[in-house]
Design a binder for this molecule. Structure first.
Ligand SMILES: NC(=O)c1ccc[n+]([C@@H]2O[C@H](COP(=O)([O-])OP(=O)(O)OC[C@H]3O[C@@H](n4cnc5c(N)ncnc54)[C@H](O)[C@@H]3O)[C@@H](O)[C@H]2O)c1
Length: 358
């Protein structure tokens, strides 16, 4: 493992729910440049149990009390989607840097307000689109930027599997629940279209943007049968490239995620695994220059730890942000709103016209 750096970021984690238990506490411990300084949850049973496993310097039941701790440099926001914007704004106002789980928000208006707050704060805000730290996708992105020339077209798919929990239960510890956990007033799973778009569509849209840049318009169709949902989304990128995004939840087979990307001087084919296998995407990069395929191993597939190290590098050493910033996070929310509206209206929607909630 990489040696721990001397120069370190003290992190406070808000939320001791599943994503913090599965990814963020361990990432704070393993990262070469961070310390898990504080943890916070309104559920005291969760705080105590997590503190026994990942001992922090401080435990908090109140978020404002954690934000008042002068030793906390940055917070990781690991709460339900609807709390992201408010928790991020409070952290920025308290002078803390923010790594917030995806999606950064649930409506165009709230993420625009947050954007203004980020700009005024002078602090770093990174959105937890951790696939940007998948070494295979990073290699693809480097190839697109440095060698591929103009992008012609992207096909990308993100298809959750009916067998997902059987597979993840085999490799993850069981999540520790609490009846005292703070939940949104409305059950996020009450509207599955919205829930799947926010939970999964946010990843698909961000991966498309990561590789091909801004999306200007979408034309989407949705089919629902036997409890499964399939969105086929035609996309136009600002570069003029076209895209086809397939979001299907759930396919009757293994997790199925990947992409094909065609460019002027080469092509990329990628297969992405369920994130909890911590396995870098299998990415094949073909360059016309030598008519040869390259296939990086990407041995370190701990996307969550790598995104945290990148975030800390930006704060501690001014390294340019490799993750999604507030502009990227807000653009993904706009794209999800536009996709939902395109399904409802049956025609193309420009992202600049998107408004309201996902
Ligand atoms: N990047 C990924 O791969 C990935 C995977 C899963 C989930 N997520 C995201 O992670 C986020 C959290 O998911 P989860 O399933 O852990 O959520 P959860 O709602 O089950 O848990 C959140 C915890 O935060 C606590 N909390 C919320 N607001 C609080 C407050 N103001 N003060 C103190 N405690 C507070 C709750 O009590 C709860 O214990 C979601 O936005 C989800 O989209 C990301």
């Amino acid at each position: 493992m990489t040696k721990k750096q001397q120069h370190r970021l003290k992190v406070g984690v808000l939320g001791c729910g599943p994503i913090a238990q599965f990814a963020h506490f361990e990432s704070c411990q393993k990262a070469r440049n961070t310390d898990l300084h504080a943890i916070c949850d309104v559920a005291s049973d969760l705080v105590d149990r997590m503190a026994a496993i990942y001992p922090p310097q401080r435990k908090y039941l109140d978020y404002d009390a954690m934000l008042a701790d002068p030793e906390v440099d940055a917070v990781i926001i690991a709460t339900s989607d609807t709390f992201h914007v408010e928790a991020s704004r409070r952290a920025l106002a308290a002078g803390k840097h923010v790594l917030c789980e995806k999606p950064i928000g649930v409506s165009v208006e709230e993420v625009e307000l947050l954007s203004t707050a980020v700009n005024a704060s002078g602090k770093i805000l990174q959105v937890g689109h951790m696939k940007r730290f998948d070494p295979g996708l990073e290699a693809a992105r480097d190839f697109v930027r440095d060698e591929m020339g103009e992008v012609l077209a992207l096909k990308a798919w993100y298809c959750d599997s009916t067998h997902r929990y059987t597979m993840t239960d085999a490799v993850q510890p069981l999540p520790i629940p609490s009846t005292a956990a703070k939940k949104p007033r409305e059950n996020p799973k009450a509207d599955l279209r919205r829930y799947f778009m926010l939970a999964h569509g946010s990843h698909l849209v961000d991966t498309a943007r990561f590789l091909c840049g801004d999306i200007v318009e979408v034309n989407a169709r949705l089919t629902e049968k036997f409890g499964a949902y399939s969105w086929f989304i035609d996309v136009t990128f600002a570069s003029g490239a076209m895209g086809h995004l397939d979001l299907t939840v759930a396919v009757r087979m293994d997790w199925h995620e990947g992409l094909q990307l065609y460019g002027e001087n080469g092509s990329v084919i990628a297969k992405t695994y369920n994130p909890w296998y911590y396995k870098s995407s299998d990415v094949e990069i073909f360059s016309e220059k030598d008519a040869t395929w390259r296939r990086p191993l990407g041995a370190d597939g701990h996307f969550y730890r790598r995104q945290l190290e990148g975030f800390a590098d930006t704060i501690l050493d001014g390294v340019p942000m490799r993750g999604a910033d507030i502009i990227d996070g807000a653009a993904s929310v706009r794209a999800m709103v536009a996709i939902a509206e395109s399904v409802r209206k049956g025609h193309t929607i420009r992202l600049s016209d998107a408004q309201g909630p996902v």
